[in-house]
Structures are given as C-alpha cells and as structure tokens.
Design a protein around this ligand. Structure first.
Ligand code: SAM
Length: 264
C-alpha cells in the first residue's frame, strides 16, 4: 500500500487534536470508497431542496462552497443555477470534486485550494452566501482557529450575506454518553459511521465499509449553543438553527444541526 492510502494517527490516536491534521485524514482510498458507495441521487433526495430554498428566499446569486469535499453541494448549487465557486483545503478532494462535476452533468467546477483561516488571501469576494456543509467546521480544533475561520467567512460576505453551516448533534453524544452512540448508516448503504471515542475535546468517528476496510476521522465535538455564540461574537446578527432540515426539531434528537447566520 502506498503511504497516501494509509491514515496516520500515530501511537495514540486519541491525542490527535490538531486543526492541520485534516489533509492527512482524507487519504485517496477513503475518499474514493466513500464516493463510490454513497449514491448522490439518494443523498439529494434525503436533503431535498432545503438549502436551495433558503438561498433563493434570500435572493442569493453568488455562493461560495467552502467545504467542497468531493463536490456534492457544489454540483447541486450549479444545477440550481447559482454562480458557485468551490473551495477546499485539500487538493485531493478538489481533484475528485472536479471529476465528479464532469461526471454529474458536465459541470466545470471553479475550484480554489484554500484554508478557511486564510480564505481572503486566496479568494476574492464578496459573495452573497457561504455554505460550509457535511459536518466540516468540526475539523477545527482550537477556538482561535474557529474564530479566525468565522471572521474570514464574515469578511468574504456582502453586507447582507448569509452563512449556512452544519454539524452533527454532538450535544446528544456528549450528554447522553454511550446510549446515544448509535450507528449512522448512510443512504441505506452499508457504510457504517459510529463514534469510537467522545470527550469534550474529541469525537473520533469510525467508518466501516462492506469490504471490511476501516477509516477514522478525528473531530472537535461542537456544541450547538457554543457554535451559535461564536457566530454572534464575530458579528452575525441573526442565527436560526434547524434540526435535520426541519424548522422544529423532531421528537427524537436530530442527527444534525444547521445554522443559518445572517450578517444584516
Ligand atoms: N461538503 C462535503 C460533503 O458534504 O460531502 C464535504 C465535507 S468533508 C466532511 C469536509 C471537508 O472540509 C474536507 O474536504 C476537508 O478537506 C475540508 N476542510 C477541513 N478543514 C478545512 C480547513 N481548515 N480549510 C479548508 N478546508 C477544510
């Protein structure tokens, strides 16, 4: 196996709590496997037009997808007619996203490799909206990095711009302990995602595939109210939080929170 097909977490994986580690975690074999198993059509069905509706309601035309990954949201935004640019800190992700753009509707993605903490150095705005989706912001391990990234997003937006950012419901995992550690099966496929370790500073997720290969991601467990407070403190005026694409939370705990933060 080549070095880039193996994830490196060292002797004590629970001590890997570093913002810069994300580019090491998305090794090509993991990314390819994920992409080949997750059916984009099913994913689009389960998400519906939630994000597209939010953006259209606000008259958004130009969107910056800052967590492009393999391109799912960028392609959906292009298909919905938004002028979209696609940012990611990982060159490998962007290469895969570019291929996926061609594969899904012959879209030529406008990709820019940039780290959120220095976004305005590499990308020229302003944009009407920024989306940071698919549990991505959770990769930042220090509060300083989170504040810096949010400040860069804020500066990249027009005076009345909007930031849409989601993350897993870590409150449930932290507060309800092991009982809440259910396995998430993706889009009916056999990809199983489950927390292997959770404390206030780390959520280590285990991804198991049908061919028995296993990968991990180390993430910071963002609490809902903490994330809302950080957004307020960098200057966003109004923040609305949705649970699993719903205005009102379902009776059982939602898996994801989605924050819609407005500048004006
Ligand atoms: N939005 C996509 C989706 O839902 O399929 C991809 C989400 S993936 C979980 C998170 C992405 O965020 C990765 O592609 C990773 O490279 C990127 N990322 C993490 N930290 C970053 C940072 N500090 N700057 C730029 N990109 C970052």
């Amino acid at each position: 196996m080549s070095a880039r097909s193996v994830q490196k977490f060292g002797d004590n994986p629970f001590e890997v709590r570093d913002t810069d580690h994300y580019t090491e975690e998305y090794v090509p074999s993991f990314v390819e496997k994920w992409d080949s198993l997750i059916d984009w059509e099913k994913r689009a069905e389960s998400e519906g037009t939630f994000f597209i509706d939010l953006l259209r309601e606000r008259g958004v035309k130009k969107v910056l997808d800052v967590a492009t990954g393999t391109g799912f949201h960028s392609v959906r935004l292009l298909e919905a007619g938004f002028e979209t640019a696609s940012v990611d800190g990982s060159a490998e992700m962007l290469a895969q996203a570019f291929d996926n753009g061609l594969k899904h509707g012959e879209h030529i993605l406008r990709v820019v490799q940039a780290d959120w903490r220095w976004l305005n150095r590499d990308v020229h705005g302003p944009y009407d909206a920024i989306v940071c989706l698919g549990n991505s912001f959770t990769h930042l391990f220090s509060e300083r990095d989170r504040r810096k990234a949010l400040a860069e997003f804020y500066a990249m937006l027009k005076h009345d711009g909007v930031l849409i950012l989601d993350h897993r419901n870590y409150d449930a995992m932290l507060d309800q302990g092991y009982s809440s550690k259910h396995v998430f099966y993706y889009c009916g496929e056999d990809v199983a995602v489950e927390p292997e370790h959770v404390d206030e500073g780390l959520c280590r997720m285990r991804y198991s595939f049908p061919d028995e290969s296993v990968y991990h991601l180390n993430m910071f467990p963002l609490r809902k109210d903490y994330t809302r407070r950080l957004m307020e403190e960098v200057g966003f005026q109004r923040i609305e939080t949705y649970g699993d694409f719903q205005h009102t939370y379902r009776e059982e705990q939602p898996d994801f929170f989605i924050h819609v933060a407005e500048k004006a």
